[in-house]
Design a protein around this ligand. Sequence first.
Ligand code: ZN
Length: 147
Amino acid sequence: MDLNCPQCKSENTQRLSTAFESGLSHVNTSSKGVGIGVGPDGIGVGVGTASTTGTSQTVASQRAAPPAKMTYLKPLAGIFVLALVLVLVASAIWKPLGFFAQLFWVVGSVLYVYRAYQFNSKSWPVLLQEWQNTFLCNRCNHVFLAN
Ligand SMILES: [Zn+2]
């Protein structure tokens, strides 16, 4: 396995995951950017991008973050709230519209769960594997996939 930087030929490279872990100190990782409400071509409900709490995370470490799994709770709660608002608005305007709002909730939730499940069970492991094989050059900051 050639681990030299393909750009500057430096031997001073490190695994991206190592860069990530060494740059992580006292950071609450569980809150890190997992509020994804949109799949690759999924439904457009983007809810709750969580903010990172804790002390500091180096820029290099942020860049080196592992791929995030799609979460269920927040996006589903977001869809529910959105549907609830739609139901309320619909009942004020035109009652039959409420049916579509409820339909949106059910279909939206099912589609989201399906997409998140697909992503987490198929795409995510591939991304994680790639992340584990990705190296960072400490000299020129080039990020490359080792093969
Ligand atoms: Zn380099």
